[in-house]
Ligand binder design. Structure first.
Ligand SMILES: [Zn+2]
Length: 405
């Protein structure tokens, strides 16, 4: 399905960025010849709508294909994320005093755990099998489907209306974002609150976070675009917070009824309008900046080759796959990538087919250079190399620019 029309208002979109043809970023692949032969690739890019400020992928891959039984993203694996979630639960409890919470995309129960600790009824919705199984094994109540109108009815019939609905890093992961928003509005009680966390699209340019563009992320959200989506379905964005997760995100507060918009929200809407974020002109520079970075990365790897340096990676994150496939790097440039997720070890990175190993194997290899792909946890990974190695390899991040750490 080609999404040249805007998901939110149906207007014609403009091309902003083309990242080529790429496999889905979380489609880690086995070394079996048949899997390698049948690796699927799709156009990857970003388009935008001048009319309502919506930014979205240029091509929609079916969610059934992306969030399939092989989906191996477990929220509980990151300690810094768990700290953030514990604080969020405390903050939401104090501000809203909820009686019944629904969390959409509850993954492995990483947040349901904290609600249970304070004795508040919380039910998850999670379509992916492996994370859901973990959540169920901890005794959580989880609906194993994609969030839909039917799921809304099921929740109402089984539990009643929730007064708090949480959507952490899922709102940008659905192709039909308007129906999704409408279903949440129908789900919540009249005096309830919807809390959404999503990366802030301004950082695509400001921090060059182009590597967060991959098929799973159908939309790239701003205050303006989220406000427009909820206006269309009978809800209202009335407040927000800046948060540090995923390299700079926004926590949106939406209600079913009219509320006074906070000063902060009104100011940020003005800021987006003044800087061309709301009419997408702000994003036009991204393509040129990225072409420059690509040539610099290619020069860097050519210089490694000339000096005959052994290069490895650390952190086989989805965002790393966008860079590898956009620049055209593969296992001839990077010998292997270490990762802490046991589900990824023994697999190959999608498209670039670089073997993924545990940290011990990286240590044994004794590389001259280690590329750190998940820049958002670079300190954690650099410290881990310093603690594990008896020498210090050159450690480099590629985003927002090439930098030796
Ligand atoms: Zn639009």
């Amino acid at each position: 399905m080609n999404t040249i029309t805007c998901r939110c208002c149906g207007s014609r979109t403009e091309n902003i960025l083309d990242l080529g043809i790429q496999p889905p970023s979380n489609a880690y692949i086995s070394t079996k010849a048949c899997d390698l032969m049948h690796e699927e690739k799709f156009p990857l890019g970003m388009v935008g709508c001048k009319h309502c400020g919506m930014l979205q992928t240029s091509y929609d891959v079916s969610p059934n294909l992306l969030f399939n039984p092989k989906y191996q993203y477990f929220s509980s694996i990151s300690n810094s994320w768990l700290d953030h979630v514990e604080k969020t639960v405390g903050l939401l409890e104090t501000r809203f005093n909820p009686k019944f919470v629904i969390e959409i995309a509850s993954n492995d129960g990483y947040m349901l755990d904290f609600w249970e600790k304070i004795n508040i009824l919380a039910v998850g919705v999670e379509p992916t099998m492996a994370p859901r199984e973990i959540s169920l094994s901890k005794g959580h109540k989880v609906i194993g489907e994609f969030f839909s109108e039917d799921v809304v009815q099921q929740i109402h019939a089984d539990y009643g209306m929730p007064d708090l609905v949480i959507c952490n890093n899922v709102f940008a992961h659905v192709p039909d974002i308007e129906s999704f928003a409408k279903n949440i509005i129908n789900l919540i009680s009249d005096d309830g609150t919807i809390v959404i966390e999503a990366p802030y699209a301004e950082n695509l340019v400001k921090e060059m976070q182009f590597d967060t563009i991959y098929h799973e992320h159908y939309s790239y959200l701003t205050i303006t675009s989220v406000s427009n989506i909820f206006n269309k379905v009978g809800g209202m964005l009335y407040d927000f917070d800046f948060i540090q997760t995923h390299g700079g995100s926004i926590r949106y507060f939406v209600s079913k009824n009219i509320q006074e918009k906070s000063h902060g929200l009104l100011n940020q809407l003005k800021y987006e309008s003044k800087n061309g974020i709301s009419n997408i002109s702000y994003f036009y520079s991204l393509s040129e900046k990225l072409s420059l970075l690509k040539s610099e990365i290619i020069d860097l790897f050519n210089s490694f080759k000339k000096k005959d340096l052994l290069v490895a990676g650390y952190g086989a994150a989805a965002k790393g796959n966008t860079i590898l496939n956009y620049v055209g790097l593969n296992n001839t440039n990077i010998k292997l990538i270490a990762d802490n997720n046991p589900a990824k070890i023994g697999m190959l990175t999608p498209g670039s087919h670089i073997p993924i190993v545990g940290i011990d194997e990286l240590k044994e290899l004794r590389p001259d250079v280690v590329i750190i792909f998940p820049w958002n946890i670079q300190t954690e990974l650099v410290n881990s190399i310093r603690a594990n190695f008896d020498y210090e390899p050159d450690m480099i991040v590629l985003v927002p620019e090439i930098k030796y750490l």
